[in-house]
Design a protein around this ligand. Structure first.
Ligand SMILES: [Zn+2]
Length: 239
């Protein structure tokens, strides 16, 4: 109901054209979304996914939300917070796009991320040391490259385990994401084994719903791929 009123206020010409079953104004920004009204009077995108019967109704016909509107902001906030503040912009956008089509959604989410107090606190850097001026010896006239050289005949350094510390940067970044997710869920609480298992499962759901591909700005494109598509054949929802 609130969304309907907001749509009528934000897109008055389009909305009244749809109610009167007339064509949209020629210069309407919504033309590309092919808006139509559903039985509740909500304006939804009518994209090319119409015949994708296997997708839920909301994915095929997402509800159109205007930019810079308090209702849109609250919905963006909800999707952002549902992901415990650890999801990136693309992740939040792809989750949001399973129900809503926000005009310039990427910008709307970025804007919220900047305003979010929790995120600002998490990303805040500790105060950095003021560095003393460099000593004289570091500031002598520079020499040409290779003016001072040495040769190491010892060969490459091979650790005994046979594998270097930064063996797979991709895995490490996923582990970092998992740790951040678990930390975001638990904070510093004392927990039981079962609670830890729940938190890990939550983190797993969060990470497996990460989009592998990009959420496109075109409503005709299919939803971005996530790990859950391969594991369960669907995008997977949180909460
Ligand atoms: Zn945040």
């Amino acid at each position: 109901m609130i969304i309907k009123t907001m749509q009528a206020e934000s897109f008055p010409e389009e909305y009244s054209a749809l109610v009167g079953k007339k064509e949209l104004p020629k210069k309407s920004k919504l033309l590309g979304l092919r808006p139509r009204l559903d039985e509740d009077g909500l304006m939804r995108c009518d994209g090319r996914l119409r015949y994708a019967d296997y997708l839920p109704y909301d994915v095929r016909y997402p509800v159109i939300l205007p930019r810079r509107n308090w209702v849109t902001k609250l919905i963006v906030k909800h999707y952002h917070e549902q992901r415990k503040y650890v999801a990136g912009t693309n992740h939040t956008l792809s989750a949001l796009s399973t129900r809503f089509w926000v005009i310039a959604g990427q910008e709307e989410i970025c804007q919220w991320e900047k305003e979010c107090a929790e995120c600002r606190q998490q990303k805040a850097k500790s105060a950095s040391q003021v560095m003393a001026p460099l000593p004289n010896i570091r500031l002598k006239m520079p020499l040409r490259a290779f003016a001072d050289v040495a040769v190491d005949y010892a060969g490459p350094f091979v650790p005994i385990q046979g594998r270097a510390a930064h063996f797979g940067g991709v895995h490490e970044s996923m582990i970092k994401a998992a740790k951040r997710a678990i930390y975001a869920i638990l904070k510093n609480a004392d927990i039981t084994d079962e609670e830890l298992l729940t938190a890990v499962t939550g983190a797993e759901a969060l990470i497996n719903s990460r989009p592998i591909t990009y959420q496109s700005a075109n409503p005709d494109d299919v939803t971005p791929l996530t790990s859950n598509h391969f594991l369960h054949g669907q995008i997977g929802q949180i909460g």
